[in-house]
Design a protein around this ligand. Structure first.
Ligand code: XMP
Length: 326
């Protein structure tokens, strides 16, 4: 039987009971596959890799070595949450690498979006590879491959994600959620006790804020973007919009305009709000965000974030606009 094909008899996992049964099945399968050997996992903090990590911690505990690479393009608080949940709460064997300087130094002055993606993807592999080669006795590589990845590609999460790993890494793969759809991964994640802020996260591109800090990334503009994005997320949460809007974020173009602050000329960047609804990300519609919420967000971002003097709302559906600005 093709192990990459979901059996037609497999019921959709929609309840905690079904999730529990799946988890127990996978724990037994992983134990049988891995024995007393060690497994390596690149833990980005995204839904899929987080659920795989939690599942494997339950199955094999410290035999799992998680590596979290902070490429400096994470959203506010993201790497901290990975450490808090996995190291502090789940007592995982977690290696945290802050590679911010490496990535930002390489990206300095690069404004072409494709080039930026290549640099981020390539450097991620390098950092992970270096770390892996320092470890001894690793026999397996765990991946958060899910069923749509198998249906859409060759089954390896590589083309679209920063988590794509070098082809010459000759590890046997451990992919416990590869037959699950995204909604099922979330149900399993909840049953494993992961927080909703991790399991119900909106999609986030592998190259992270790198695709939203438009043009050549600078540390000050990246920082402004990160702070503005955190305010947007906070206010969407408060207004309950996190439950109705599929994806929302800030993009900051490399463009300044004139403003006034404390009676002085204040040149700053614009923060562009993107908030869309979609089912498959192939097309997307624009959400009607209440003006009262937009006013609060604008007021907070322009007063709290250094370097930003305007807030704009992108009204463009996809097509013609893509969801990300890049
Ligand atoms: P676009 O901008 O093409 O985005 O309309 C469609 C969806 O894909 C997400 N996206 C990514 N997801 N790795 C990912 O896992 C990536 O490199 C990547 N780039 C874009 C985007 O956020 C949107 O949800």
């Amino acid at each position: 039987m093709d192990s990459n094909k979901r059996p037609e008899t497999m019921a959709r996992i929609t309840t905690p009971e079904l999730a529990e049964a799946f988890i127990n099945e996978q724990i037994a399968a992983v134990k049988a596959q891995v024995g007393d050997k060690k497994v390596l996992l690149a833990l980005s903090g995204g839904v899929d890799s987080s659920v795989v990590a939690a599942l494997l911690i339950k199955a094999i505990g410290k035999q799992l070595v998680c590596v979290h690479v902070n490429h400096g393009l994470m959203r506010k608080g993201e790497s901290e949450q990975v450490i808090e949940v996995f190291k502090n709460q789940l007592d995982a064997n977690l290696i945290y690498i802050d590679a911010t300087d490496r990535f930002l130094d390489l990206l300095a002055g690069v404004d072409d979006p494709e080039q930026k993606r290549k640099i981020i993807g390539g450097e991620f592999i390098k950092v992970f590879d270096e770390e892996a080669s320092k470890l001894e006795g690793i026999s397996f590589l765990a991946q958060g491959t899910i069923y749509p990845d198998i249906l859409e590609s060759d089954g390896v999460k590589a083309h679209h994600n920063v988590g794509g790993l070098p082809e010459d890494m000759k590890f046997e793969l451990v992919e416990p959620v590869k037959l699950l759809y995204k909604d099922e991964v979330r149900v399993v994640g909840k049953a494993l006790g992961l927080p909703s802020s991790m399991v119900d996260r909106q999609p986030f591109p592998g190259p992270g804020l790198g695709v939203r800090c438009l043009g050549a990334i600078t540390r000050d503009r990246l920082n402004a973007l990160r702070e503005a994005d955190a305010i947007l997320r906070e206010e969407f949460d408060k207004a309950g919009l996190n439950k109705t809007v599929w994806q929302y974020f800030i993009a900051v173009p490399d463009m300044k305009s004139v403003g006034v602050k404390n009676d002085k000329r204040y040149e700053g960047w614009s923060a562009i709000i993107r908030a869309v609804n979609t089912t498959d990300a192939m097309s997307a519609t624009i959400e009607e965000i209440p003006y009262s919420v937009l006013h609060v967000i604008t007021s907070r971002i322009t007063s709290e974030v250094d370097g930003i003097n305007r807030v704009l709302y992108d009204l463009t559906p996809k097509p013609i606009g893509t969801i990300e600005w890049e």
